[in-house]
Ligand binder design. Structure first.
Ligand SMILES: [Zn+2]
Length: 257
């Protein structure tokens, strides 16, 4: 009996060690490129960067461009270090020990304690602190330690420069726009072109939901010349040249018809 009792005890210890791992690590949040949906930015990593795994982001004329939260979380720092280091920076706590840093900002759009979701504008690209030109310095950390950056679970390029296109907070399949004709109602056509029959109008200033976009006849409107047509209902199309969508060309994440 004694011998058997010992072996059961040993088995029990083994089971306990197997089933109760110490402090299980939380899965990393799905981090997104820290810019609005559809934007492409050049991200550079350098082995002499401090900290090493930070990414510096640039694009043409980027001063003042919006910087957005790369994952949901709570803002826990909105700090201005003046002319040194990060300058104006924001830190977001994503839980599980994960934080992200957004540095050299021109200004802030959030405050400490604020909850943010994907795509929330937290500030604007600047050149504050120890920066020699406008860019976003971006970091992911785990328990305070600089970690290699991942977007949508994919490791960033180390070391070098790569273009990253944001899918941060992209709407799920529909877009929106505002009709701007500077006065008269806009003709709705049964297909994507001026040769299709008129099936009604939408008022100047009306908001429209865009189900999909396609190429049709070229139209010159309030926003220039474009061959893009927006489907706003079944058998209902309007010329995108008269619609403010926030994008030149096709709206990211809105399907082609
Ligand atoms: Zn940097």
């Amino acid at each position: 009996m004694r011998k058997r009792w010992f072996s059961l005890a040993a088995a029990g210890v083994l089971v306990a060690a197997t089933l109760v791992p110490a402090a299980p690590a939380m899965a990393a949040p799905t981090f997104k490129v820290p810019f609005p949906c559809g934007q492409s930015w050049s991200g550079q990593t350098r082995s002499d960067h401090s900290p090493a795994y930070a990414v510096d982001f640039n694009r043409t004329d980027d001063l003042g461009d919006a910087v957005v939260a790369s994952a949901p979380g709570t803002v826990d720092r909105v700090t201005d270090l003046g002319g040194t280091s990060y300058g104006k920076y924001v830190r977001i706590d994503h839980g599980g020990g994960y934080t992200t840093y957004y540095a050299h900002l021109n200004g802030f759009n959030v405050s400490v304690g604020q909850s943010v979701g994907y795509g929330k504008v937290i500030g604007w690209v600047g050149s504050t602190g120890g920066s020699t030109g406008p860019h976003l310095h971006y970091e992911q950390r785990l328990n305070g330690n600089d970690i290699q950056v991942r977007f949508n679970g994919t490791l960033a390029l180390y070391w070098g420069t790569k273009t990253y296109t944001s899918n941060n907070n992209c709407s799920s399949g529909t877009g929106s726009g505002t009709v701007n004709t500077a006065g008269s109602p806009l003709t709705v056509r049964s297909g994507p072109g001026t040769g299709y029959s008129s099936v009604g109008t939408v008022a100047d200033g009306a908001k429209v939901t865009i189900q999909c976009q396609t190429s049709g006849t070229t139209v010159t409107g309030t926003y220039g010349t474009s061959s893009i047509w927006d489907r706003i209902g079944s058998g209902r199309f309007i010329a995108d040249a008269y619609v403010y969508t926030g994008y030149d060309g096709y709206i990211p994440n809105v399907p082609r018809c």
